[in-house]
Design a protein around this ligand. Structure first.
Ligand code: ADP
Length: 301
């Protein structure tokens, strides 16, 4: 009942972009008290994980000195937003907030929105901007209460309206647009497995695209779960061929314009994934001018 009343208040309050922005603004401002200050340097000593060795940052990265980064991951379903966002979250010590996870948590709850969300998600459609903003606001509010600062958003914004609302209330420093060859996206969604206990993301697909007509081949090894997760794997209900194809169509229609939105503001970092995690992670870190000391040591071992 409480969820319903909070959500319906948000839906009513968010009937205009300004009203939605006002609601959102309170929560995001609360998380980023220094959001108006801007700097082209990155403060390595500002509460960041000791695994990171930041190098000189390029012009795209404008993290303000006095707060943690506020980054967004964009990319088609199956591209690996969750995998890379959660690795960066561990490395930087900044919360990874995936709106898809918030939606799934809500639909598996016994809350009154649950059946409505299940129907939308299982058809591969987008949840309304108002519901998503309400779920995200609640997540940010809970984080704020725990003292969180900064975020890596994954799956938000997904419409230009969501991007406008976000842009109106806080400074997004960088938007990482992950790209992967289309042939691999469907296979990656169908091979995705999630640990029902820890939420870890794994993949059983072995993608081996042969070189053809001058186009290079691509190999992506499966991403196996650690032994403690192996017996607890589940498949997402929306990772069926029909629903993934619908999600890919919706991405083209609704989210590609979000790429343009950030591109025109000079915030978009395009990153073509060259292969699986082992190959792509060091290159992504390089593109972000970051180094993972732990990863380097284990690669050298
Ligand atoms: P994907 O693999 O398609 O990127 P996500 O886990 O990010 O999947 O999202 C799962 C579902 O949750 C989406 O298909 C959509 O129904 C809903 N959803 C997540 N984020 C948003 C958003 N920002 N706006 C609207 N719907 C969303």
């Amino acid at each position: 009942m409480a969820v319903l009343s909070r959500c319906s208040r948000a839906v009513t309050a968010a009937t205009t972009p300004n009203a939605a922005a006002a609601k959102f603004s309170y929560l995001i401002r609360a998380l980023s008290p220094f959001s108006s200050s801007s700097s082209s340097t990155f403060d390595a000593d500002n509460g960041l994980n000791s695994r990171i060795k930041p190098a000189v940052l390029g012009t795209l990265k404008r993290e303000p000195k006095d707060r943690n980064v506020q980054w967004v991951f964009l990319g088609c379903p199956g591209v690996g937003k969750g995998t890379y966002a959660s690795r960066l979250s561990d490395l930087l010590g900044i919360p990874h907030i995936a709106t898809g996870d918030l939606v799934r948590d809500e639909l598996t709850s016994s809350g009154p929105l649950s059946s409505q969300l299940k129907e939308i998600v299982n058809q591969g459609k987008l949840v309304s901007d108002e519901i998503i903003i309400d779920l995200l606001s609640k997540r940010l509010e809970a984080g704020e209460a725990k003292g969180e600062s900064g975020f890596i958003l994954d799956g938000f914004p997904r419409t230009v309206r969501q991007a406008e609302i976000l842009e109106g209330v806080t400074d997004i420093d960088l938007v990482i647009n992950l790209k992967l060859r289309e042939e691999a996206l469907l296979a990656k969604c169908l091979g995705r497995r999630i640990c029902s206990e820890c939420g870890g993301n794994y993949n059983v697909a072995c993608i081996d695209i042969k070189a053809e007509n001058g186009k290079p081949g691509m190999y992506m090894a499966p991403l196996p779960p650690p032994p403690q997760c192996a017996s607890k794997l589940i498949t997402r209900a929306d990772d069926t061929e029909e629903v993934v194809k619908q999600r890919l169509r919706i991405y083209q229609a609704m989210t590609l314009p979000v790429e343009d939105f950030y591109r025109s503001r000079g915030k978009l970092l395009e990153f073509d994934l060259p292969g699986g995690v082992r190959e792509s992670w060091p290159k992504l870190l390089h593109a972000l001018n970051l180094e993972d000391e732990e990863d380097k040591q284990s690669a050298a071992a």
